[in-house]
Ligand binder design. Structure first.
Ligand code: ADP
Length: 576
């Protein structure tokens, strides 16, 4: 069987798969197309029998009467009442039969034409669909969950059907479909169909079409069967460092965008926010083991010796033209040594880049420390995607501080509260309350809400929300107590504008909206740093709005009132 028979699906300019291809059209709708006859109030077999019987009996009667008239030389146009009734019945039944079979006849032509043009709705009515069967639910599966109630016709080609069967029976590994078929969309469609059959559960609702599966191959997601849709809202304009940004936020949390938008409005009305990138350094910390703690400490001193810095940097920086080693921080646990390498990574978030650099250095160190046993390229002292004090204290990715002075009248009119109430709430909630809770970098109201929404919209790694949301929100009355000084300090915002999910069509569009799409030509790293400041500025807006809602006692009310139907953005808050 020729598995490479179809070229990749055509894509639209924005990267979406065009829906004119064979499979995408066919998979569009699972329900058979309706027919005109479906509108009849009685079962078909009954109405058909009645009208057939009527037609033939009155036709027989009229022919009989016609013969009698010819024999008795009676003029044909002289008709009795019963003959009139018979003629009317004949015409009526003829119209019915013509309508019924005539329309079906025409429909069959339309169906065939559409089938040739790969229109799903009609191909489903063809007998090929009857080939499909649904496997019984897997053993132990929850019987209460919705099941596939009918076979889901998906493919017209016997070849695809055979491949689905092979995947179901385990003859073809599901993960190998892309490489075998050379067509990512077809692979996803076949995998999806196989999954539905083996699980006995429908994937209706999880879209398959409208996504370019080629773009995620080998980079973003393996074994795709569809994609999740998340709405993207915009907050703004966010006036930050003299520029206006419209911030995309992908979320399903009602009121979050509206609340952030209100914060942006307050910042804008007060003249904008300012931000500073304090540090730009991604980290990776391998763990190595020696036979003695003394020997491990020798490597520590070697790495910390300024005389070795240049050599180590040269070795490390070979990994990429954008990787620049900044430092190595060591920590010991007995005879185990943890080396936290930090480096700038241009516009990439940088995990791959820093890992490659670390590997180069480890290979180099083996020359002088052949007894070094590399236990793992990551020893969790990095620390990636886990709450860790090292990130909170040292920073990871971009460390950013962002501030604004919100005018007294704006606090009153836009935020509907007072400066003193905000300052007091911030002290008792974000500082004291978080301290009592034993927080790690959580001295804020809801930074992670904004961070996560922007991360998802712009193709960042959402798991890095853990440390990227570390934030301390400070509030102070200034200008003789009239205005509010607010700041957010975020030591570990991990963002990039190249690599990972940033190159996908939707995420790329959101980056483009912010003017930070891709690699910066003039100054590598400036796009990702700008994105980090926008994240911090948006967090500032989110903190302002939610804290104001809580200070004004609006949180519960506005949540109850607007969370399911956010209409009045001026009264909104979010959870935190
Ligand atoms: P990450 O290190 O965040 O996982 P990737 O390794 O996936 O990111 O992507 C970074 C890739 O992009 C590298 O191959 C790098 O050479 C390339 N690249 C191109 N331009 C830039 C830039 N301005 N900054 C950083 N990387 C860039």
């Amino acid at each position: 069987m020729d598995l490479h028979r179809r070229p990749p699906p055509p894509t639209t300019p924005n990267g979406a798969v065009a829906t004119t291809n064979h499979h995408s059209r066919r998979l569009k709708s699972p329900s058979p197309s309706p027919k005109a006859s479906d509108a009849l109030p009685l079962p078909l077999y009954l109405t058909n029998t009645i009208f057939f019987t009527l037609f033939f009996s009155v036709a027989y009667y009229l022919l009989h009467r016609w013969r009698d008239k010819i024999r008795s030389s009676t003029p044909l146009h002289v008709v009795t009442l019963s003959e009139i009734a018979a003629i009317v019945s004949l015409i009526a039944s003829f119209i019915y039969l013509l309508g019924f079979f005539g329309i079906d006849f025409v429909q069959s032509f339309i169906s065939r034409a559409n089938h040739d043009g790969w229109d799903l709705d009609d191909t489903i009515t063809t007998n090929q669909t009857t080939n499909f069967s649904v496997a019984s639910p897997v053993a132990g599966s929850d019987q209460s969950l919705p099941k596939l109630t009918a076979p889901k016709p998906s493919f017209c080609s016997e070849e695809d059907n055979e491949i689905v069967n092979s995947v179901v029976e385990g003859e073809i590994p599901s993960y190998s479909l892309e490489s075998r078929l050379g067509d990512c969309f077809r692979a996803a469609a076949i995998r999806r169909e196989a999954l539905q059959r083996t699980s006995g559960r429908s994937l209706d609702g999880l879209p398959l079409e409208g996504f370019d599966y080629e773009t995620i191959l080998g980079q973003c997601c393996e074994m795709p069967v569809g994609y999740i849709q998340i709405p993207v809202g915009v907050a703004g304009p966010l006036l930050l460092d003299g520029f206006e940004y419209t911030v995309p936020m992908a979320t399903t949390e009602g009121c979050l965008v509206a609340s952030t938008n209100r914060g942006c409005k307050a910042i804008y009305a007060s003249g904008g926010a300012e931000s500073v990138v304090l540090r730009d350094a991604m980290s990776r910390a391998p763990v190595v083991r020696f036979s003695t703690a003394k020997r491990a400490s020798q490597l520590k001193f070697f790495l910390e010796d300024p005389l070795n810095a240049d050599t180590l940097a040269v070795v490390f920086n070979r990994s990429s033209r954008f990787a620049r080693l900044q430092g190595i921080q060591c920590a010991m646990a007995g005879k185990n040594l943890y080396m936290r390498f930090t480096c700038s990574t241009g516009d990439a978030m940088g995990m791959n880049m820093v890992s490659k650099g670390v590997q180069n250095v480890l290979d180099f160190l083996q020359n002088d420390f052949p007894d070094m046993d590399v236990i793992g390229i990551s020893g969790n002292y990095c620390s990636d995607k886990k709450p860790a004090a090292v990130n909170w204290i040292e920073g990871r990715g971009k460390s950013v501080v962002c501030e604004a002075i919100i005018k007294e009248e704006v606090v009153k009119k836009v935020l509907k509260t007072s400066v003193s109430a905000l300052v007091e709430l911030n002290m008792l909630k974000n500082l004291a309350g978080s301290a009592i809770a034993g927080t790690l970098g959580g001295f804020n109201a809801h930074a992670s809400n904004i961070v996560s929404a922007i991360f998802i919209a712009t193709g960042q790694d959402p798991a890095q929300n853990v440390e990227s949301s570390h934030c301390i929100t400070m509030m102070e009355a200034v200008n003789d107590g009239r205005d509010l000084h607010i700041s957010v300090t975020m030591p570990s915002i991990e963002v990039g504008t190249v690599g990972g999910g940033t190159q996908l069509a939707s995420q790329s569009a959101c980056l483009n909206m912010l003017g930070v799409k891709g690699a910066s030509k003039d100054s590598p790293g400036s796009n990702s740093r700008l994105l980090a400041t926008i994240v911090a500025g948006s967090v500032l807006a989110g903190e302002l709005s939610l804290m104001s809602a809580i200070a004004a006692g609006q949180l519960v009310n506005s949540h109850m009132k607007y969370n399911r139907s956010c209409k009045d953005v001026t009264k909104l808050s979010s959870r935190g």
